[in-house]
Structure formats: C-alpha cells, structure tokens
Design a protein around this ligand. Structure first.
Ligand code: SF4
Length: 282
C-alpha cells in the first residue's frame, strides 16, 4: 500500500518539526496519516490529563490578564492547587513589559519552498525600533536544562520567525536578530526563567537548518522509527510500532517530556484556519 504523502499546502510548526526530529514515524502517523491517540502517553494517565488541562487553562488566564481582564475575576478560575500556585507565581513576577506593546496569541507565518512555517506565540512584547521579547509560558513538571531548551525547535523557530515575518510589529522594518530575546517562564520556577538572546549568526544557522529540514521532510517517502526507544515510552503510538504496551511514568522521566498531545497552544499543521492568522507575510 502506498502511504499518503504530505500535501504541498502543509503548514509546518515547531510542534510538527519537533515530532519529526524526535521520531520521523511519529510525524508520519500524526500529520500525514492523521491518526488519533490509541494509547495514553504517560502514567498516571488521569494526573497527566489533569495537568494538561490545567496548563491550557493557565495559558488562557494569562492571555486574558494581559489583554486587561480584571485580576479578581481570573483568580476565581485558579481553583486547583496547581493553578492557584502557578497563578500566584505569575502575579508575583515582574515581567519586563513596561512601555512595550503586547501581542498575545499571535501567529506569524513565512513561506519555505512550497510549504509554510507558522509560529503561534504566547506573547510578543515590542518597543518598535528597539527590543522585542518573546515570552512563552511553561507549566512543566520539572525545570529543563537551558541547553535542552536551546536545542528545542521552538527556540529556533520562534526567534527566526520573528525576524522573517515580524516587520509589521516593528514599524514595517524587519527586526535585527540582536533586538530579539526569547524567554521561557516556568510557572513552578518563577524566578528561574530561561533566556535566549539572538544574533545574526544564529539566525542564519537556524533559518538555513529549518529550510533544509522542511525540504527534507517534504521529499521523504520513508519515515523510520526512532532508534531511541526511551521516546516510545511517552508516545501514544506505541501500539502501531510494537514499542511496548505500557506508558512511562512522570517519575521515571529522565528529562522533561513534552506530551505529544499537550502542546497546548500550538498549531499542528492539520487544523489551521488561515483566516485566523493575524500577521502573515509572504
Ligand atoms: S512509538 Fe516510538 S517509534 Fe513509534 S511513533 Fe512513537 S516514538 Fe516513534
């Protein structure tokens, strides 16, 4: 049987690129064959699911707060121990936003060959002509090492995309890489954000690497299973790959695992309504 191939209109995101980097087969099952989740990703399943839902609600609360909804009203939504702790940590943090125009849940897009690459941001804070901060809220169970976050495709895609497609936020002039910094703020580690400034060499390296990765995926006909079987313990497609029937546990995680189904605010490439993209540059 011939596998379906990637449609030429496919829109890549950091999520789909990360899936491909973690396991080409996972990319194929999720984005090309569009299979649903046949197995739980992580045990205990209910706790994992609850945490994912709380993470989504927390993102929503912060977004609503940034666009001006009253704090008291939003605080009433923080009705679980995790949410209440994260919310208190958020309200107690001094973010560098004074004098910055703030855009929440903004999507930027740029063409890469026949495909598109999209990035949906939690918050971009801009002083036109001066600085731009990319903030991303993370409700991870453990704080990851900065080196691990630096290598994530999200860190590479988000900064590169702001240079490529962010001119409308900067008075019509493209940002210089040095003007951009990406900040991951961890809701359980509020005083230990991870900060990633940017420079022209990194931008050239990242954009070239993203372009070649997307072209490579577009030309792929065979999507091999990852050789790192540890990844399979946290992947819902285990049964398709004969890679074990039992999910890994939160306690066993050697490093942070981002559940495949839980990339809460991100775009998957299969469910995009282009009408909803606020800023798009070609
Ligand atoms: S179970 Fe393993 S090999 Fe199969 S898609 Fe998931 S990560 Fe890849």
């Amino acid at each position: 049987m011939v596998s379906p191939s990637l449609p030429s209109s496919f829109a890549f995101s950091q999520s789909s690129l990360q899936d491909y980097s973690d396991c080409p087969r996972r990319f194929q099952l999720r984005y090309i064959e569009q299979l649903q989740w046949p197995a739980v990703e992580m045990e205990p399943a209910l706790e994992n699911e609850r945490r994912q839902q709380e993470g989504q609600l927390f993102h929503r609360m912060v977004q609503q707060h940034l666009i001006g909804l009253p704090t008291e009203k939003l605080t009433r939504l923080a009705n679980t121990p995790d949410l209440s702790r994260w919310w208190e940590n958020y309200l107690g943090t001094k973010f560098e936003l004074s004098g910055y125009a703030q855009r929440t849940e903004l999507t930027l897009a740029a063409p890469v060959g026949t495909y598109r690459l999209l990035a949906k941001y939690d918050l971009i804070a801009v002083k036109p002509g001066e600085r731009a901060f990319i903030y991303d809220w993370k409700t991870y169970h453990k704080r990851p090492r900065d080196e691990w976050m630096a290598a994530r495709l999200q860190t590479r895609v988000y900064r590169a995309m702001l240079v490529q497609a962010g001119a409308t936020l900067n008075g019509g002039i493209s940002f210089h890489p040095e003007q951009i910094e990406m900040i991951y703020w961890y809701s359980d580690y509020p005083s230990e954000p991870a900060r990633f400034p940017y420079n022209p060499a990194q931008h050239t390296r990242d954009w070239d690497a993203l372009t070649s990765l997307i072209n490579k995926i577009g030309n792929h006909r065979h999507f091999p299973l990852t050789e790192d079987e540890k990844k399979c313990a946290y992947c819902p497609y285990r049964s398709y790959c004969n890679r074990g029937g039992k999910a890994g546990t939160m306690d066993e995680m050697a490093d942070v695992v981002v559940p495949v189904a839980a990339r809460e605010t991100e775009l998957t490439g299969t469910d995009i309504n282009f009408e909803q993209i606020a800023e798009i540059e070609f």
